[in-house]
Design a protein around this ligand. Structure first.
Ligand code: NI
Length: 167
């Protein structure tokens, strides 16, 4: 399992770079991301969260049959209708909040071999795609909160982290 970078690390705030080489090192990286996501019991994981500033994320909603790697993803369509859903992030552990986002998205991406695919997603998968895509832009779910609520959440998170360090 790879280390997961948490709030405060620059890599989480950096726009990730496009993948150009679909070589063996890419499939090794993606496999490691799947393993890390499984170990952390996450629904999704983006490369910046393991300190790699590249445009890749992996998702396993468990409800869907397969887990999916998205390389160089682009969200090409979002629905007008929105939905509120509780989000958390492996990079801000133990913190959860309701975030409003489009209910459906269509994403175009490449697989680990470079083959393009288009996926129309709803429900948890649509939510996870948008959350993970944000990571590639250096955006975290807390950025989508009202500022007062965000400040309160970050303060609570930092208190919790401090306590953990003292133990
Ligand atoms: Ni996240």
């Amino acid at each position: 399992m790879l280390d997961i970078y948490t709030l405060g690390e620059d890599v989480l705030r950096t726009k990730a770079e496009k993948i150009t080489d679909f070589d063996q090192s890419l499939s090794i990286l993606v496999d490691a991301m799947f393993d890390t996501m499984d170990e952390a019991d996450g629904v999704g994981l983006a490369a910046p969260q393991i300190g790699v500033s590249k445009r890749i994320f992996v998702i396993d909603t468990r409800k869907d049959k397969e887990r999916i790697a998205f390389v160089n993803p682009v969200i090409i369509e979002t629905s007008q209708n929105t939905v509120s859903y509780e989000e958390g992030c492996l990079s801000i552990p133990t913190m959860y909040t309701q975030i409003v986002r489009p209910a459906e998205v269509t994403v175009q991406a490449q697989d680990v071999k470079g083959k393009s695919f288009v996926l129309k997603a709803t429900g948890l998968l649509a939510r996870a795609i948008q959350h993970e895509y944000d990571h590639l832009e250096g955006v975290l779910f807390i950025d989508r909160m009202e500022q007062q609520e965000r400040d309160a959440l970050v303060a609570a998170y930092q208190r919790r982290q401090k306590k953990r360090k003292h133990k």
